[in-house]
Design a binder for this molecule. Sequence first.
Ligand code: SAH
Ligand code: SF4
Ligand code: F3S
Length: 431
Amino acid sequence: MAFTYYIKTYGCQMNAHESEKLSGILTSKGFEEASDKQQADIIVLNTCCIRESAETHVLGNLGIIKKYKEHNPNLKVAICGCMTQQRGVADRLKKRCPFIDLIFGTHNLHKFSEYVDRVFGGEKFTDIWEAEGSIEEGLPMKRTGTTSALVNIMYGCDNFCSYCIVPYVRGRERSRKPGNIIHDVENLVGQGYKEITLLGQNVNSYFCDGIDFATLLDKLSDIKGDYWIKFLTSHPKDLSEKVIEVIANKERLAHFIHLPIQSGSNRILELMNRKYTAEQYLQKIDMIKRYLPDAGLSCDIMVGFPTETEDDFLLTLDIVEKVRYTNLFSFIYSRRSGTPADKMEQVDEKTKKERIDRLIKKQFTIAQELANSNIGKIYKVLCDDICENKFIGKTQTDKKITFESDKARLGSFVNVKVTQATNSKLYGTEV
Ligand code: SAH
Ligand code: SF4
Ligand code: F3S
C-alpha cells in the first residue's frame, strides 16, 4: 500500500503554491493524499511568520501532532516555510518539539524528495540554507484547483519595509525567465484553467532578460484562449502607467489591482520605509481609475504601527473613505524580531484593537454601499465553486457572487445579472 501524506499550509498564496510543489514531489514518489490527517504517514507543516498569530497557530498544531506521534511512532513530521527560515527558529523548534523528523527552510524546497527518502530511512535532521540559490525550474506540481492556477513570476523581496519579516525569510528578489512563465501559462490555458494568478511579493519589480512586468503581461495576454490573468502583489512605488495601459488595452487582463497602502499617514509611511506618500498613492489610484473606470481595488492596511497616533489613524480612515476598496485586508501590527520597527516605541494592545474595529466598521459600510451599487448590472463571471445547488463565482474585478443558473459548469464563464446584495455579498441570476 502506498504511503500517504497530509500538508497543512499557513500564510499567503506563495506558500499555497509551494505546497502544490511539496505535494507534487510526494505524488511523484508514489505517495497519496491522506483522507484523514491522523492516518497520514507524513505530516508536513508549510509555515508562515508574517504575524505572531501565524506562528501561534503552527505551535498549536504541533501540540496536536505530538499526540498523533505518541499513538503512531512511525509517523514522520516535517516542518518548512517562512517560520523555520527565521534565524534561530529551527534550533528552538528542535528543543521544544524533539519529535519533529525534518526541518527545512524556504531556500531548499527542491531538495524535499531527497529529504523524504532520508527521513523514511530513519534519519532525523535539520537543513536550513542561509541564502537563496538560483531558481529551480521544473519541480513536479499537484495543483489544488481545476479552474484557478497560481504561477510564480518572481521570488524574494528587496524592499525591507521596517515591520516586515519577508525579506529576511525569502531572500533577495529574483525573476523567472519570461520564456518559462509563458510556457507555464500556455500549458495551463491548454489544460482548461480559466484564471491565472501571477505571484510575487512585488510583481512590479519583475525584470528578466530585458523584459519588465508590463511587457510580460502584454506577452502573456497574447496567449490564445478564454481566460483571465490576475496578479499579486503590487507595491505602490513601482506600479507603472505602462502596466495599467497594457491592462486597459488588452483583453484577458483582469481589471483588478491589489495595491496595499498600509497607512494613510506620511509620517508612518516614512517610518515604515514604504517610499511613497499618501498623495503619491492617491495619484496612482487616480491613474488606475482613469484607464480602468470599472477597476476592482483591494488593499492591505495595518493599524497600530509603532508611534501611530489618533491623527495618523484618522488619515488612514480618510484614505479608505476616498478610495472605496472592494476588498480590504486589515491587520494589527505585530512585532517581528530582527526588524527595525520592533525597536520603535510600541502602541498599546487596547488602542490597536480599538482602531482595527473602527477600520473594519468603516470598510463594512463602504463595501455594503459598493455592493448595492451593483444591483441590476451584468458581469462576466467565472464559476469556480458549486455548493448546495448554488453556483459561486467571481467577476474579473474579484467580486464574489452566488448565482442561479441552468447551464453553468465549474470553470465556465457566464453572464450574471446582480439581483441582490446582502452584507456586501452579491447574488444574481445567469442571463
Ligand atoms: N508584498 C506585499 C505584502 C506581503 S505581506 C506588499 O508589500 O504589499 C501581506 C500583508 O501583511 C502586508 O501587506 C501587511 O499589511 C501585512 N503585514 C506584514 N508584516 C506585518 C506585521 N509585522 N504585522 C502585521 N501585519 C503585517
Ligand atoms: Fe514585506 Fe514590504 Fe516586501 Fe511587501 S514589499 S513583502 S510588505 S518588505
Ligand atoms: Fe507568505 Fe507568510 Fe511567508 S505571508 S511569504 S508565508 S511569512
